[in-house]
Design a protein around this ligand. Sequence first.
Ligand code: CDP
Length: 213
Amino acid sequence: MIGAGDMLVIAIDGPAASGKGTLARRLADHYGLPHLDTGLTYRAVAHALLIEDLSLDDERLAEQVAEALDLGALDRDRLSEYGVGEAASRVAVMPAVRRVLVEKQRTFASTPPGAVLDGRDIGTVVCPEADVKLYVTASPEARALRRHQDAPEVSYDDVLADIARRDARDMGRTDSPLKPADDAHLLDTTEMDIEAAFQAAKSLIDDRLATRT
Ligand code: CDP
C-alpha cells in the first residue's frame, strides 16, 4: 500500500462515539500501519487513579501516573468500561498530563512506517504534519444510540446526557480543545455504516497517496 521507506501518518479526530476508533482500526489494518487509540492513554491515567481510589483532580499525581504509562500495555477491555470515559475527560483537561501523553504519542507516530492515531487533538496538536487528517462526527443522537447499543446497561437518555457533557468539556477546555484542523476532511457518519465510512476515508487517503508518487 505504501512504498518501502515511506512514512504515512493518518490523524483521526472526533467526539465520543463518532465511529473514529473502528474506522482507525480498519484503516490501520488496510494500510498495514500500527494503530494508537490515544483515548486509551487518557483512560489509562484515569483508571489507575480510580482503582487506587485516588483523586481525579490532583494534576501533579495524574502527571506522575502519565509518566509511568507504557503505551504497549494498554488493556482495551478494562479501559473501555463505560465510566472510565467520563473520568478520562476530567484528567484530559490537565496541561501537565497532556504534555506527557502527547510526547509519547508523537514518538509512536514518528516511528517508521508511521501510524494511524485517533483522538481529539491529533490533527491539531499531536501530528500537525500528518499526511491525511479526518474529522469524524455524527449527530449526538446517533452517537448516543451507538454507545447505548454497546453498553445496554446504561439508558439511552443517560448516554445522551453523558455525550453532551463530554462534548462540552472536550470542546470547551483551554488546552487542545476538540476541533477540526484547518486542513481536515470532515466525515459525517450520521447516515453511514462502518463500511461506507471506511470507503469514504480510503478514497481520500488514496487520493493523497497518489499525489506523492
Ligand atoms: O471512546 P470515546 O470516544 O468515548 O472516548 P475516548 O476516545 O476513549 O477518550 C476519552 C476521553 O479522553 C475524551 O472524552 C477526551 O476528554 C480525552 N481525550 C483527549 O483529550 N485527547 C485525545 N487525543 C484522546 C482522548
